[in-house]
Write a protein that binds this ligand. Structure first.
Ligand SMILES: NC(=O)c1ccc[n+]([C@@H]2O[C@H](COP(=O)([O-])OP(=O)(O)OC[C@H]3O[C@@H](n4cnc5c(N)ncnc54)[C@H](O)[C@@H]3O)[C@@H](O)[C@H]2O)c1
Length: 114
């Protein structure tokens, strides 16, 4: 029994493949199903999906191209999860959409302190 046991065989929707890729890897190893939603499918994520969707596999992984800034694409993401996985139990947002502005602000404030 582990903290993911209740989600075994249940659908989980992972948004974006940066830090969330490690989380998805962990979930898949615990037999949770994962749908990735990102604007790009990185090679390491593609490899994880291919390695998961093998005959007899106890977990299922998929990818849906999604720009999280577009409401209609978010709706489509949930429709695909419903169709392919029978629904969504957990959503894990992880898009780095505001990254550049925050990084710049942090760097400026750090320099001021020095
Ligand atoms: N990495 C960490 O240790 C850490 C810690 C705390 C918080 N965060 C925050 O989590 C977020 C993600 O961090 P990360 O390290 O995974 O970044 P990352 O750059 O490695 O990954 C971000 C992902 O978001 C996707 N993405 C970007 N714009 C998108 C859009 N419009 N629609 C869909 N997908 C989009 C990218 O394709 C990429 O796969 C950031 O906001 C970061 O500040 C990261």
């Amino acid at each position: 029994m582990n903290q993911y046991s209740i989600y075994k065989g249940r659908p989980i929707l992972i948004e974006c493949l940066g830090i969330n890729l490690a989380f998805a890897r962990s979930l898949l190893s615990k037999r949770c199903n994962v749908l990735f939603a990102d604007i790009a499918l990185r090679p390491e994520a593609q490899e994880l999906i291919s390695n998961t969707n093998t005959p007899g596999s106890s977990a299922k992984a998929g990818f849906q191209h999604t720009d999280v800034r577009d409401w209609s694409q978010l709706e489509r993401m949930f429709s695909v999860a419903e169709k392919e996985f029978g629904g969504v139990d957990i959503v894990c947002p992880g898009a780095g959409v505001y990254e550049p502005v925050r990084s710049k602000a942090l760097s400026i404030s750090l320099h001021k302190d020095i």
